[in-house]
Design a protein. Structure first.
Length: 387
C-alpha cells in the first residue's frame, strides 16, 4: 500500500502516524519543504521515500511529486497530513489522482463554517443564529435578530485565529474597517462551556474510538487575551453530547478519518449547540491524551484503519487526561521543579510547545492523568497559580 504523507514533520508529535503506517507494512512517501536530514531519526526511518519540495503551496510541484511516486512505486492509495491547513490541497490531489477520501466536491462543507451550519441543521442539531455578512449593513441586519454581543470569525479558518467578540455598533464598524479581506461569519454569542466529541471512524463510518474534552475557557478568549488554558477528557460522556456527536458524524459522512467536533453546553437551558466540525485530530497534544487516558496507541490504530480497516485496541477511559499550558509572560508562583516534585505521580509528559501554537495552548504544556477528576483540577490550579 502506498500512502503519501504531506508535511510529516509537523505538528511535531504527528511523526508517530508515519511510524504507525510503517509498522503496518505500508510504504510511506513523505513530501515537505524541509531537508530530509532535518527530520527526526524515527521519522526518517519510517519513510520509504521523501521528496523535498521548494514550496508546498506550489500545486504543480505537488502534482509532479505524486507523479514521480506513481512512476516509481505504482498506484497511490491514500494522501493525508491529518492537518487542517492542507485539507484543500489534499482534496484537490485526491480528485486529480482518483484517491479515496474527501475530494473537491466535498471540501466546502468541512471548511466553510456557513456550510457546516446547513449540515448541522439537516441533522436536527441546534446551531448559533448567524451567517456570513460581507458589509456593515448586512451585519446590522443579522444583529437586529441576534443582538450584541456577536462572534466574528473567518468563514474558512483554522482554530480561533482572527476571531473577535463584538459588543456594540462602534466595535462593529471598527471591525469592518480593519478586518482581513476574507468572508466573515457573525454568530450570536453563546454563554456556556465548550465540550468536544473527538474520535476516529473506520472506512465504513463506524466510530471505532471516541471521547470528549471539556475546556476551562474558550480558545478565542485564550488567544485574544494571551491567557493559559486547561482542558481534560471525560470518563463518561453525557448521553445528549454523544448523540449529537454521532449524528454529526453521520451527517458529515465521516469515513477513515479522525474528527474533532465542538459544541457549547448552553447556560440558558443546558442544551447542546453545535459550534464547528474539524475533519482531523484535535490539536496540540490531544492525540497523546487519547493514548494516556486509555493506555492505547491511537497512532498505530489509525494506521491499521488505513491499511486494513481494523481497530484492534480495547479502550474504556480508565483515566481523565488533562492538558495544562503555561505562558512565559506570566509570573507563576510555583516553578517547574516545584510542579514536578509535587505532581510527578500524575504528570505523564511535559514539553516545550512549538511557537506556532503558543497563543492557543501555551509555551510549555503538561499532560497529567488520574481516575479522579478533582486531582487533575487541583493540579491545574497549582500549575496556573500566579504571584
Amino acid at each position: 500500500m502506498n500512502v503519501v504523507y504531506l508535511s510529516p514533520h509537523f505538528p511535531p508529535n504527528y511523526y508517530r502516524f508515519c511510524v504507525g503506517l510503517r509498522q503496518e507494512g505500508v510504504r510511506v512517501l513523505g513530501v515537505a519543504d524541509v531537508p530530509f536530514d532535518s527530520l527526526r531519526p524515527e521519522l526518517r526511518e519510517a519513510l520509504t521515500d521523501y521528496r523535498h519540495v521548494a514550496d508546498m503551496h506550489d500545486y504543480g510541484e505537488l502534482v509532479r511529486t505524486l507523479g514521480y511516486f506513481t512512476a516509481k512505486y505504482g498506484k497511490l492509495d491514500r494522501i493525508d497530513s491529518l492537518n487542517e491547513y492542507w485539507l484543500e490541497f489534499e482534496a484537490r490531489l485526491r480528485t486529480d489522482f482518483n484517491l479515496f477520501g474527501i475530494r473537491e466536491d466535498g471540501i466546502s462543507t468541512v471548511k466553510r463554517k456557513s456550510a457546516m451550519k446547513e449540515v448541522y441543521r439537516s441533522a436536527g442539531i441546534r446551531v448559533a443564529p448567524g451567517g456570513v455578512a460581507r458589509t456593515v449593513e448586512e451585519a446590522r441586519e443579522l444583529i437586529a435578530q441576534t443582538g450584541f454581543p456577536v462572534i466574528a470569525k473567518p468563514d474558512v479558518g483554522v482554530g480561533a485565529m482572527a476571531t473577535y467578540k463584538l459588543h456594540d455598533d462602534a466595535g462593529l464598524v471598527r471591525f469592518y474597517d480593519e478586518k482581513p479581506p476574507v468572508d466573515y461569519i457573525l454568530e450570536a454569542f453563546i454563554r456556556g462551556r465548550i465540550f468536544t466529541f473527538d474520535g476516529l471512524a473506520d472506512r465504513d463510518g463506524n466510530l471505532v474510538f471516541f471521547t470528549s474534552h471539556v475546556y476551562s475557557r474558550g480558545i478565542m478568549e485564550t488567544v485574544n487575551e494571551d491567557d493559559h488554558i486547561f482542558y481534560y477528557s471525560l470518563r463518561e460522556i453525557p448521553a445528549d453530547l454523544e448523540e449529537a456527536g454521532r449524528r454529526t458524524a453521520r451527517a458529515f459522512d465521516v469515513r477513515e478519518r479522525f474528527f474533532h467536533f465542538e459544541f457549547f453546553r448552553d447556560d440558558r437551558d443546558d442544551g447542546i449547540t453545535a459550534l464547528e466540525v474539524n475533519m482531523r485530530p484535535p490539536g496540540g497534544l490531544t492525540t497523546d491524551m487519547f493514548n494516556f487516558a486509555n493506555d492505547i496507541d491511537v497512532y498505530r490504530e489509525w494506521a491499521r484503519i488505513v491499511s486494513q480497516n481494523r481497530f484492534e485496541a480495547s479502550w474504556s477511559r480508565p483515566y481523565h487526561c488533562g492538558y495544562v499550558g503555561r505562558k512565559r509572560h506570566k509570573r507563576y508562583r510555583h516553578s517547574h521543579s516545584d510542579v514536578m516534585a509535587t505532581y510527578e505521580h500524575l504528570i505523564v509528559h511535559h514539553e516545550e510547545i512549538d511557537s506556532i501554537f503558543r497563543l492557543a495552548i501555551g509555551d510549555h504544556g503538561y499532560l497529567a492523568r488520574s481516575a479522579d477528576l478533582d486531582e487533575l483540577v487541583e493540579l491545574a490550579r497549582y500549575i496556573h497559580e500566579t504571584q
